[in-house]
Design a binder for this molecule. Structure first.
Ligand SMILES: [Zn+2]
Length: 592
């Protein structure tokens, strides 16, 4: 029996809108993969939600003077709308600020790790604001980067050199809320997770060796060469002093006090990925399904296939920290209120983490503040979602950074119209005009019939192989390639000439050309679902029953076709010129 598949997209941070870089990195490829799995009849669930805790949210809300919840609810809605309009169909899109079940489950993660000896209290020094009577976590502190000298570094990260920073070491420190306030350094403490045992832990090693084999080369380099064998793994803080987040639990698994944890919450990097599980639980409750089927492996079972689609900035978390958190949840005893794995069971660990590189815009990073962006909602007012999906997949940064280029958007969408759109329209119009809009009979043309069958089989198998190995650009090329095969066939058999001397021979040619259209509608479905459905309507085919893609569907002689129309509209040249001009004007007008 086939294993169920759980697909996730990185939980977006709820403090700003999505841009095409985000959508192309972790959301569109996951959606293509899920649509493909549904097509072949796999049992698959697609999970996501917004990551709503952490300093980016509290700082934004405090500067704006609104409640934290208001900020995260706003961006949650914007993200969900943008994804929905782009045809990205999650089974559940949750929020990590929803308490049930997320808070309890996150606290359970902490308590199991604490019980298993993976957490320790570490003394640190942190800036303290006397005026607001609190420790200033991470981005609440601004100052000069102690690595590159950049003057406006954030407490956790330098935007110039990209280094991870410790806020207590910043030069010329100041509060992000009030730059004039004098800050004092005070003794503090946080919980840390010790990651040093990760690479040799016998509970992790077999999984890690297997996991490595399936990863894309860019991910292997980052995780193994650069991190595990390069910088090495050490302790990382998992708590923060913040008024917004999941509180550190007060008691351990035996009901003993953990200490004075008042005011401490789980660090957002630790708690956010648990949102994948809480969002699955939310889905399962609504659909009356069993979430454990996707997350928990019983002894002797393989468990579900867990696949996390992410951008390259999340690689370390998903390949090291998160698997460590999952592996170290295992316990040989039960306890009151347990949600996760029972004795003998364990959480499944990722089978793969297909991570994309970054997509830039016309050679520069997307930046809302610099006016260098495309408003996704606005874009989708003017262009069909499928046009965006086709182009973004063709430009997907699978192995290296790539660019959204307006002129390339035109070239690629023209290519879709000229191959897929044009071939389908050509064949269907011919059938409508000369064969009473029915599939004409096939007489002779044995060699051509074989060539058509071989093209369908070869292209379909190649597409399947590419998608199953997360090579979406190459999969897309196979879909387009099948339409190109069709065009070549038409040019070779020339039904428009044959028609004048031998209508039956022209009919045979059209019969064979028509056989390419049902498989084309199927291969199109993961990438351009609306166009796929439109083509099926033109073919008068109902929705396809999920199952293997081969043997391909056939159109029998005499089958009545639907109404032929233009399948793909081209974008006018002037419109592209206007888009580029508008982008440059906006960037030129933006404060520098
Ligand atoms: Zn720096």
């Amino acid at each position: 029996m086939a294993r169920p598949i759980l697909v996730t997209s990185a939980l977006p941070y709820a403090n700003g809108p999505p841009h095409f870089g985000h959508l192309t990195g972790a959301y569109l490829p996951a959606d293509i993969f899920v649509r493909y799995q549904r097509l072949i009849g796999s049992e698959v669930v697609f999970i996501c939600g917004t990551d709503e805790h952490g300093v980016g949210v509290t700082l934004a809300a405090e500067q704006e003077g609104v409640p934290y919840q208001e900020v995260v609810d706003r961006w949650h809605k914007v993200w969900l709308d943008a994804c929905t309009r782009l045809g990205i169909e999650f089974d559940n899109f949750s929020q990590t600020s929803r308490r049930d079940p997320h808070f309890g489950l996150s606290q359970e993660f902490f308590r199991r790790l604490f019980h298993n000896g993976h957490l320790e209290k570490k003394e640190t020094q942190q800036y303290y604001s006397a005026a607001t009577d609190r420790f200033l976590a991470d981005r609440y502190v601004r100052g000069t980067c102690y690595i590159c000298g950049h003057e406006n570094a954030r407490g956790d990260e330098c935007p110039k050199c990209g280094s991870w920073l410790e806020s207590s070491k910043l030069l010329d420190p100041r509060s992000a809320l009030d730059p004039d306030e004098k800050l004092e350094l005070r003794d503090a403490w946080q919980f840390e997770i010790d990651l040093a045992p990760f690479k040799d832990d016998p509970a992790i090693k077999p999984w890690l060796d297997e996991f490595r084999k399936g990863l894309k080369p860019n991910v292997v380099t980052f995780v193994f060469d650069k991190t595990i064998e390069g910088e090495g793994l050490e302790s990382r803080p998992i708590s923060r002093d913040l008024p917004w987040g999941v509180p550190i639990p007060e008691q351990d698994l035996d009901g003993e006090s953990i200490g004075d944890v008042a005011g401490k919450v789980l660090y957002v990097w630790f708690e956010a990925p648990i949102g994948y599980i809480s969002s699955t639980i939310e889905w399962a409750r609504r659909e009356d399904r069993d979430w454990r089927r996707y997350w928990i492996r019983k002894p002797g079972e393989e468990g579900a296939r867990l696949i996390h689609f992410i951008g390259k900035d999340n690689i370390t978390f998903h390949c090291i920290l998160w698997p460590a958190m999952l592996a170290w949840q295992t316990l040989e005893r039960d306890f009151e209120g347990r949600q996760g794995p029972g004795p003998g069971e364990e959480y499944v660990r990722p089978e793969n983490v297909p991570a994309n590189e970054f997509l830039n815009l016309e050679g520069r990073k997307f930046s809302k503040s610099e006016g260098w962006y495309i408003d996704v909602q606005d874009f989708l007012e003017r262009y069909d979602a499928d046009m965006a999906r086709y182009y973004l997949c063709a430009a997907m940064p699978e192995t290296a950074d790539s660019d959204f280029l307006w002129r390339e958007f035109k070239v690629r969408t023209d290519e879709l119209a000229n191959t897929f759109g044009n071939f389908a329209s050509r064949v269907l119009k011919f059938a409508a005009k000369y064969f009473e809009n029915r599939v004409p009979p096939l007489v002779g043309l044995e060699d051509e019939a074989q060539a058509i069958a071989a093209a369908i089989e070869t292209r379909t198998q190649a597409l399947v192989d590419h998608i199953e190995n997360y090579r979406f650009r190459r999969a897309l090329a196979e879909f387009r390639g099948l339409a190109e095969d069709g065009d070549k066939f038409m040019d070779r058999t020339k039904p428009w000439q044959l028609r004048k001397t031998d209508l039956d021979a022209a009919g045979s040619s059209i019969h064979l050309a028509l056989q390419l259209l049902p498989p084309l509608s199927v291969l199109a479905a993961p990438f351009v679902p609306v166009l796929s459905a439109r083509l099926r309507a033109m073919l008068n085919l109902s929705e396809r029953t999920p199952g293997p893609l081969l043997p391909a569907e056939r159109l029998e002689a005499g089958h009545a076709l639907g109404e032929a129309a233009v399948l793909v509209e081209k974008v006018p040249d002037e419109q592209i010129e206007a888009e580029v001009a508008a982008l440059r004007a906006r960037a030129g007008d933006a404060p520098s």
